[in-house]
Design a protein around this ligand. Structure first.
Ligand code: ATP
Length: 623
């Protein structure tokens, strides 16, 4: 239950709704439990009018001194009136009808307050989880599957809503029904109540054991559901790879297997839950039988005693009392069967909230603040001092003691074999990952000393893996930029040499690119991503292998445009190809997480090392 404590702040926020909801529940049940008393009164009244009745003068106490003020005054009025029998019965019927209407009205208010409150809390909780997902850093996303994240924000939140909506409402409902019924039963006849309640401890034992089983099974089910969602999500994202490798059958089998495991677990939970209802019906049935038998026996003893002129042992027990008890037991059958349902909702909510808390309470690996950078953000010098980075999940030492001094407005090329640490270097400069050791400075200020959002606003990035949203080309280019006027978007697209192609799309700039840009070629996606970065106009530019999917002619055209765009910016161009036309101020060659060569084109060629080898290879390939 401790996991659900996280939700208390929401209850506090909506306390007025909650308290009014609880008040309406109590009122609705109050009007509900009055009806049996009037029914009992009528049943006994009928008896006194029966022609064969020979006990009309026997003084039963069943309807005297009612503790309830309302019932007392109704019965008092009816007794004092000189109404005929049919008038009394009609009056009681009308009063019972009015009570039912009042009960219904307050039930309506109870749902309007508590269920509406639960929808508000659900909305807040989803927003809080979403906000937390946004705050968590890249390393978190490396550890958790998207399907799992989706499942927690949707399915788990729905389960938790069942706790702060229906479960809270029904718990209070159940408690008030039980308290009102038991109170009235004890007030009426304590001895009959003890007899009637005798079978109920068995119910308590059943509830205890079944709850433990439900909790265990719920936990397993939620984990399995996450697996199924993750698998489905991955198979949709990777559908092209699956189809090209003709693996549809294998994926379907895997999905079937997981779905089947989920089904088996859900069925097994349903079986356990299904035990509750028949067990309750049986136990309430036994209690009703006891009320009838024991009640009739006591009533018989009363009559016998009255006949012999003795004091009646239980003058409060009449046929009306028995009818009243049966009505209370009917009312109690709902709470007793609902206890199981409510506890299973709570158990599931505990499991789901624990899963939500795992993410909600996770501290982002990158500490953030709201401090603005205290330097001229128009031009930025970047330096790295003894930077070390190890990937937590694999233990790979991707950057080893890297030091760099890049003056503002200079242009750097980063080359190196695959896996040498180039993208990692870009990511640590962007603070996507927090370095293990060393310092990264922008204009001599440690980048950890000011807010992440301000830092990232200083950087225009084209990642190695392009990501486009399922939106229009225009929105994809304008993403992350305040400048969404058409001329700027078109100018950026022209610079990225994609404008002409966009015009040929069915709806030009308003063409929707499909999920992750599936309707576009790899080269088109790359160039839209470049246009997006160009539009951002930041002082630092990081392009990670951004021309790998374009042909040589387009590449030359883009490089020509980039040459102009990069002027006045501090630029890091990560590449596998040497672009001699871009005039780099410095070229860095990386190997196994270290900088192994650095200098300009001429010095590196003269060094005759890795750079020279790459250059000669490229020249040979071009021939
Ligand atoms: N998310 C990750 N988790 C664990 N290890 C990673 C992760 N990303 C990269 N690595 C490892 O870190 C090392 C450096 O990878 P990085 O992506 O920086 O290389 P790269 O030089 O950019 O390669 P490429 O040219 O192929 O893009 C590699 O050994 C890689 O396996």
């Amino acid at each position: 239950m401790k996991h659900l404590r996280t939700l208390n702040k929401y209850f506090w926020k909506y306390r007025v709704r909650l308290i009014s909801g609880l008040f309406f529940i109590v009122l609705s049940n109050y009007f509900n439990v009055i009806a049996p008393k009037l029914t009992a009164y009528i049943v006994d009244k009928v008896q006194t009018f029966l022609p064969s009745q020979n006990n009309a003068n026997v003084q039963f106490t069943a309807h005297k001194n009612q503790t309830d003020y309302l019932v007392n005054s109704i019965i008092g009025q009816l007794e004092q009136s000189d109404w005929t029998f049919s008038k009394v019965v009609s009056a009681c019927a009308i009063i019972i009808l009015i009570l039912a209407i009042l009960r219904g009205l307050f039930m309506f208010f109870m749902r309007q307050t508590i269920i509406v409150m639960s929808r508000h809390i659900e909305y807040d909780l989803k927003n809080d989880i979403y906000k937390q997902y946004q705050a968590l850093d890249a390393s978190f996303y490396k550890k958790h599957a998207v399907g799992d994240l989706m499942n927690r924000i949707s399915e788990d939140v729905s389960r938790v809503r069942m706790y702060f909506g229906p479960a809270i409402m029904q718990t209070i409902n159940i408690l008030t029904i039980i308290i009102f019924c038991l109170y009235n039963m004890f007030q009426k006849s304590a001895v009959l109540t003890w007899y009637v309640l005798a079978p109920l401890p068995v119910l308590a034992v059943i509830i205890y054991f079944v709850n433990a089983i439900i909790s265990r099974k719920s936990e397993k089910i939620q984990a399995l559901l996450s697996d199924v969602t993750t698998n489905a999500q991955q198979s949709y994202s990777g559908i092209r790879v699956i189809k090209s490798y003709v693996q549809e059958h294998f994926i379907k089998e895997k999905f079937n297997e997981q779905s089947n495991q989920y089904r088996q677990s859900a069925l097994s939970l349903a079986k356990v839950e299904a035990l509750y209802f028949p067990a309750n019906v049986l136990l309430i049935g036994i209690s009703t039988l006891v009320a009838l038998l024991v009640g009739a026996l006591f009533y018989h003893k009363n009559l016998a005693a009255a006949g012999a002129g003795l004091v009646m042992p239980h003058p409060e027990i009449t046929p009306g009392t028995i009818a009243e008890f049966i009505l209370y037991l009917t009312m109690l059958s709902f709470p007793f069967s609902a206890i199981g349902w409510v506890t299973s909702i709570v158990q599931r909510a505990v499991v789901s909230q624990r899963r939500i808390n795992e993410f909600l309470l996770e501290k982002p690996g990158i500490a953030d603040n709201d401090i603005k950078p205290q330097f001229d953000t128009g031009s930025v010098a970047v330096s790295l001092k003894n930077v070390d980075y190890i990937y937590e999940n694999t233990g790979i030492h991707a950057l080893k003691n890297v030091s760099l001094e890049i003056p503002a407005k200079s242009r750097v090329a980063i080359l190196g074999k695959t896996g040498s640490g180039k993208s990692t270097l870009a990511n640590v400069i962007m603070r996507q990952y927090e370095i293990n050791d060393g310092t990264i400075l922008f204009n001599d200020k440690d980048i950890t000393n000011y807010g992440l959002q301000y830092h990232r606003q200083l950087i225009s990035n084209v990642p190695q893996e392009v990501f486009l949203f399922s939106d229009t080309v225009r929105q994809n280019i304008a993403f992350g930029s305040d400048r969404i006027n058409d001329d700027d978007v078109i100018a950026a697209a022209k610079n990225a040499v994609i404008h002409e192609e966009i015009l040929k799309f069915q709806n030009g700039y308003d063409t929707v690119v499909g999920e992750r840009g599936v309707t576009l070629s790899g080269g088109q996606k790359q160039r839209i991503s470049i246009a997006r970065a160009i539009l951002k106009e930041a002082p630092v530019v990081i392009f990670d292998d951004c021309l790998s999917a374009v042909d040589a002619k387009t590449e030359q055209a883009i490089i020509k445009n980039l040459d102009e765009y990069l002027t006045g910016k501090t630029a890091f161009i990560i590449t596998h190809r040497i672009f001699s036309s871009l005039n780099f101020d410095e070229i860095i060659v990386m190997n196994e997480g270290q900088i192994v060569e650095r200098g300009n084109h001429e010095t590196l060629l003269a060094l005759n090392g890795e750079y020279a080898r790459m250059y000669h290879q490229q020249v040979t390939d071009a021939r």
